[in-house]
Design a protein around this ligand. Structure first.
Ligand SMILES: Cc1ncc(C[n+]2csc(CCOP(=O)(O)OP(=O)(O)O)c2C)c(N)n1
Ligand SMILES: [Mg+2]
Length: 571
């Protein structure tokens, strides 16, 4: 996973400020985006945002045109997860409302995305005319994004515009959630009669609560005979991997992770024992975690998927639950304590729990190349678990794996993420179609890394056309489409074989010809897959699209276990 060292910024102030009456609202916004390390912006223009688009185009920020606004949103989300903050710029309502689902996902999974949008000029709104793209009234789009973002503003007043930009960008950085900035088109070039001396906001913390929390947590950890750390996605978002590893190494407490937090610590670390997913996960990991008398949940979201559809059995009285939003130790709540300061305080307090040994079957081993299947085994057809086993041996610290929703995600949990490989997936919000546009965001954020996408055929049919933008910009990701002619995950949740879970089967491997670049492969067995992945891995000159036709009824072990749990709820 990207270490914070690769994150270029953290709550910076402006580099330089101009004199009173010299800077327009649009230009100030562009400066401030760059202060937060934003170098690229995804989107699609439209007349209400053209003036601002032209300003962006003339700035050092690189504009990346996408095929759809929701794709631009997913790309910005992945860019933000890797780079620290991302941006998407779209036009009023037709663009904004198309990107709403991507922004909702960024909110749910804490990804700091700035949504920039234009809107009708204030002078055009007099007498409430029926201007194109308007829905109910001129505020409709703002109203929607006030619900989907941590902060939202319409820059409709020159006097407050600069401070509004600062307020909203600060919130994005602080809460790692998306924000919304709307510039009416006649405000972009307005030069406010003010200068803005940016002041870093002071976040209220309570040192007494912090000291008491550290003392209580430290005493509990020292008394523990079977402690465990469960590291969640916030550890990555807030750049705290080093602190979690330091705490684990100092106390020798074993570490598990959640699906959403997969790869927040390198999975070949000797203290790492695997993913904790309640009854959905490997039973050895589940038992080891649930037998604990002191569970440190660090930056973990208690979501249904993370907790194996709520099959996790964690006793609150044994838990220390620390996130950026709350700190609970057993039944005690500690307000105004920052996750970072809590972790740093615990490291200083240096608690000494009983050493907990890790059974041999929980030691995560570095992957070894799978033995090729015998002819009789291979006659079953291509299995997703075998694809994952082969991929496992290819990944290194320059790989970024992006898994879509469906068996792509469940099977990918079997990957061992080593060194600082990134693993990105919308594992909580679970919106299909994330992976291909997210690959664009990842390629833009880290062009030297190798991006590997694992995507179901259903998910691919939603947003796969973003391959076009990848080709246009000369990127070379490897995209593996798992073709089971439909919604395999949904099929597993129902006993009957419903036609609505079937989809039209495409010749995915022929798409590079349509998009004007890249190489396609059709693979039907393991030998063909190995040949294709060899060829793809060795060629960085173009995009590779591997159309993997799976054996009929194939599913990963994780999906099989999950389906059993979910069926009990769905039916
Ligand atoms: C945008 C969106 N629409 C619908 C769903 C519901 N859903 C979850 S998994 C799934 C099927 C996924 O099919 P595919 O991408 O082919 O992956 P598979 O399950 O076959 O591995 C559906 C429709 C969703 N999660 N997201
Ligand atoms: Mg499918």
């Amino acid at each position: 996973m990207s270490s914070i060292a690769r994150n270029p910024r953290s709550n910076p102030g402006p580099n330089s400020r101009r004199e009173l009456g010299e800077q327009s609202i649009g230009s100030y916004l562009i400066d401030r985006l760059q202060d937060y390390g934003i170098k690229d912006c995804f989107g699609i223009p439209g007349d209400y945002v053209l003036t601002f688009y032209s300003q962006l185009q003339n700035s050092p920020i690189r504009m990346i045109g996408c095929t759809r606004e929701d794709c631009a949103g997913f790309a910005a989300d992945a860019y933000a997860r890797i780079h620290g903050m991302g941006a998407v710029c779209v036009t009023y309502c037709v663009g904004g409302l198309s990107v709403a689902n991507s922004i909702a996902g960024a909110y749910a999974e804490k990804s700091p995305v700035v949504l920039l949008t234009g809107s009708p000029g204030l002078n055009e709104r007099i007498n409430n005319p029926l201007l194109h793209h308007k829905v109910r009234d001129f505020r409709t789009q703002l109203d929607v994004f006030e619900k989907l973002c941590i902060a939202a503003t319409e820059l409709n007043d020159p006097i407050t515009a600069f401070s509004e930009i600062d307020r909203v960008l600060d919130a994005c950085d602080r809460f790692k959630r998306p924000v919304y900035i709307d510039i009416p088109r006649d405000m972009v070039n307005v030069v406010p009669p003010v200068t803005r001396a940016y002041r870093r906001p002071v976040h209220q913390e309570d040192p007494l609560a912090l000291a008491e929390a550290i003392q209580e947590a430290s005493e509990r950890i020292s008394r523990a005979k079977r402690p465990i750390i469960i590291a969640g996605v916030e550890i990555h978002r807030f750049g705290l991997s080093e602190q979690v590893i330091a705490l684990a190494e100092q106390t020798q407490i074993p570490i598990a992770s959640t699906i959403l937090g997969k790869s927040v610590v390198r999975e070949t670390h000797p203290l790492f024992i695997g993913l904790y997913e309640g009854a959905m996960g490997k039973s050895e990991v589940t038992e080891y975690v649930e037998e604990s008398d002191c569970v440190l949940l660090l930056g973990t979201f208690m979501t249904d998927i993370n907790l194996g559809i709520y099959t996790a059995k964690l006793d609150v009285k044994n838990c220390i639950y620390a996130t950026s939003e709350q700190l609970e130790i057993s039944y005690h709540h500690f307000p105004k304590v920052s996750l970072k300061h809590f972790l740093e305080g615990l490291i200083l307090a240096s608690p000494k729990p009983t050493l907990r040994s890790i059974p041999a079957d929980l030691h995560v081993k570095a992957p070894v190349a799978p033995v090729p299947l015998s002819n009789s085994e291979d006659s079953k057809g291509l299995q997703v678990s075998r694809i994952i086993a082969h991929l496992n041996t290819r990944l290194d610290s320059k790989s970024i794996v992006i898994a879509d929703i469906g068996d792509s995600l469940f099977a990918a949990t079997e990957l061992v993420i080593h060194d600082s490989t990134d693993f990105i997936s919308p594992a909580y919000y679970t919106s299909m179609g994330f992976s291909v546009p997210a690959a664009l965001g990842a390629c833009v954020a880290r062009p030297d890394d190798r991006v590997v996408v694992i995507c179901g055929d259903g998910a691919f049919q939603m947003t796969g056309q973003e391959i076009s933008t990848l080709v246009r910009n000369g990127y070379s990701p490897i995209i593996i489409i798992l073709d089971n002619h439909g919604y395999g995950t949904e099929r597993m949740l129902q006993k009957e074989a419903w036609a609505y879970n079937e989809i039209n089967v495409w010749n995915y491997h022929l798409l590079p010809a349509v998009y004007g670049g890249g190489k396609g492969y059709l693979v039907r067995n393991e030998a063909e897959f190995c040949e294709a992945i060899d060829s793809a891995w060795n060629d960085r000159s173009q995009l590779h699209l591997i159309h993997a036709k799976l054996a009929e009824g194939d599913a990963s072990n994780t999906l099989t276990r999950l389906a059993e749990r979910m069926m009990q709820r769905v039916e």
